[in-house]
Design a protein around this ligand. Structure first.
Ligand code: FES
Ligand SMILES: [Fe+2]
Length: 365
């Protein structure tokens, strides 16, 4: 009797070289998320977006301002200083800079001296849907590109939870993790779906859309079904479409009609990424709820805010551990190719490299 032969695949010859993906820069002509709104209060906040130190602060009107985080006097961080009116004051000698980045006061300026003619870089910035969005590219293009936006953030029919991802890895590892639904193996007992299978893939020079068919056990209008999360043996599965979309530079996923998760990226440098994972549970199915007074629905939305946070954080911990191992393995042997069976990943890598090259070009112009 013939022994069945298994086909074996090798590292794909069409795959992009690992060095190109894992060291790719960002395309700066997009809106990135650099902080959550409540993080910017009375004091300045220093953040880093793709190797650029940026200080955020609120002016007297409560509007966010974003400047280079560097005092031109001695190059210390302005974020160590304080906000004075509409200006930011350096901690060291007290020089002040207005929201345009111009030096506006020096406490010991002599009568015969002029203010130094130094100007800090100012970044277009917007406060939207609970987050601070910043445009690190050419300022004149900022109005031509829209931030991703989260319409569910304020909508009364959606309950939000947020988890912050801090990982010692290039952003490509994180987006590949999010686009590859075959890694449900890692989370096993913690997710609302199983047995994902890639059904459809669309890729362009701005996004990658992948549709998986997944088996879900959760039904939003049957609250008891959540108990299946903790008792896998009781799970009653039904198929649900699971969309994952890399809408450069961010990620959006939907499971059926009831769940949406977004991941908003803040790539820090080649080996560090921060991101914000936002989970929305839809209350659309509860039609009786929609007849109740708006004030009550607002109270309920606020009361339930963060209800999935612990679950998200548990998933994130598992993902980050894998991503950091991938980064370390890359740093140890950058030339080593990996085996890949998911078509979506090659599309994601192509998009990262294309956009990264645009970024290199726009920075050298
Ligand atoms: S270093 Fe900032 S005022 Fe001197
Ligand atoms: Fe995961």
């Amino acid at each position: 009797m013939d022994t069945p032969t298994l086909k074996r695949s090798s590292p794909t010859s069409t795959a992009i070289a690992p060095q190109a993906v894992r060291t790719s820069g960002i395309d700066p002509n997009h809106w990135y998320v650099v902080a959550r709104s409540p993080e910017v209060g009375d004091r300045p906040l220093g953040v880093t977006l793709w190797k650029q130190g940026i200080v955020l602060y609120r002016d007297q009107q409560g509007c966010i301002q974003a400047l280079e985080d560097r005092c031109p006097h001695r190059q210390v961080k302005l974020s160590a200083g304080q906000v004075v009116g509409d200006a930011i004051e350096c901690a060291y000698h007290g020089w002040q800079f207005d929201a345009a980045g111009q030096c506006s006061a020096v406490p010991y300026l002599a009568a015969n001296q002029k203010l130094p003619n130094c100007r800090l870089r100012r970044y277009p910035v917007r406060e939207l849907d609970g987050f601070i969005w910043l445009f690190p590219g050419e300022p004149e293009l900022a109005n031509q590109v829209e931030p991703l936006g989260l319409p569910e953030w304020e909508h009364l029919n959606y309950i939000a939870s947020v988890a912050v991802i801090e990982c010692a890895g290039h952003f490509s590892f994180l987006i590949e993790n999010l686009m590859d639904m075959y890694h449900g193996h890692l989370h096993d007992n913690y997710q609302a779906w199983a047995s994902a299978k890639l059904e459809h893939l669309d890729a362009s020079n701005t996004r990658v859309d992948a549709l998986y068919e997944a088996q879900s056990y959760y039904r939003i209008d049957k609250i008891w079904s959540i108990s299946q999360l903790f008792f896998p043996a009781l799970r009653r599965l039904h198929p649900e479409p699971l969309w994952v979309r890399y809408i450069y530079p961010h990620w959006v996923s939907t499971l059926g009609e009831d769940f949406k998760i977004c991941c908003l990226f803040c790539p820090i440098d080649e080996t560090h990424t921060r991101a914000y994972l936002i989970h929305f549970t839809s209350l659309q199915a509860f039609w009786r709820l929609h007849k109740l007074p708006v004030a009550f629905r607002r109270w309920l939305k606020d009361r339930l805010f963060g209800s999935a946070q612990k679950l998200l954080e548990g998933l994130v911990r598992q993902d980050v551990e894998m991503i950091e191992q991938e980064q370390q393995a890359f740093l140890a042997r950058p030339e080593r190719r990996s085996y890949e069976l998911n078509r979506a990943i090659a599309s994601v890598q192509r998009l990262i490299c294309q956009r990264g090259q645009r970024g290199d070009h726009s920075q050298s112009c």
